[in-house]
Design a protein around this ligand. Structure first.
Ligand code: DX5
Ligand code: ZN
Length: 214
């Protein structure tokens, strides 16, 4: 099953409530929420109060992508704000195993992300405990970039390990994905697809989401 998770970063920020209603009606499965702290990545986006306000407006799965240093400081507050899936960066965290445990104790889905330069090996030890792995297909920090094809090798490696061991773990990809190249990432083994620009900037998001799913 393929899940589409449109990234709010590409929405019109003057009318976020309407924007999420629009993509919910268009058939989105999740809502991808990119939180950036200006330290782990060279950009600042939005945070807790925005997520909390949107939570009251939407029944979508809130897929929160934390691009922040020392994410362990904040997971409790993102859980309270309404996150369903909490993704943190391997590169930003000192003790991934402890943080996975903490997220699961909060009854949220736990996910680790790796940036393009981090090898697939980094996440393999955590797969039995993880609900999802996010393989970044661009350098984190900005929407609207082009997919880095070399990152797909890592998706293939992780898919093989998950399938061989029967782990219950999704693979998400994020950055530069559209209806034109989605088959590259799904062929590699990804099944949760983030698409910001492709969905929010589409004149017909419903058509775009159904094309992505096909
Ligand atoms: C990048 C973010 C992505 C980004 C995707 O740091 O994690 O979620 O917004 O946007 P597009 O689909 O436009 O590349
Ligand atoms: Zn993201």
């Amino acid at each position: 099953m393929i899940y589409i998770s449109p990234s709010l970063l590409a929405a019109d920020f003057t009318k976020l409530g309407d924007e999420i209603k629009r993509i919910e009606d268009a058939g989105a499965d999740y809502l991808h929420l990119d939180v950036m702290d200006g330290v782990f990545v060279p950009n600042i986006s939005f945070g807790l109060p925005v997520i909390e306000s949107l939570r009251a407006k939407s029944g979508l799965v809130f897929d929160v992508h934390l691009m922040i240093t020392k994410p362990e400081r904040y997971v409790e507050r993102f859980a309270d704000a309404g996150a369903d899936i909490i993704t943190f960066h391997y590169e930003a965290c000192e003790d991934p195993a402890a943080l996975i445990k903490k997220i699961k104790e909060l009854n949220k889905k736990a996910s680790i992300s790796i940036s393009p330069k981090t090898p697939a090996d980094a996440v393999l030890p955590f797969l039995p405990e993880l609900d999802m792995v996010l393989v970044m297909t661009v350098e984190p920090g900005f929407g609207g970039q082009s997919l880095i094809p070399e990152t797909l090798e890592k998706v293939k490696i992780i898919r093989k390990v998950i399938d061989e061991n029967g782990y219950n773990c999704n693979i998400q990809v994020d950055g530069g994905i559209s209806e034109k190249n989605i088959s590259l990432v799904t062929d590699a083994g990804a099944n949760v697809i983030v698409a910001g620009t492709a969905v929010f900037k589409s004149p017909d998001p419903k058509k775009t989401i159904s094309e992505l799913k096909q």
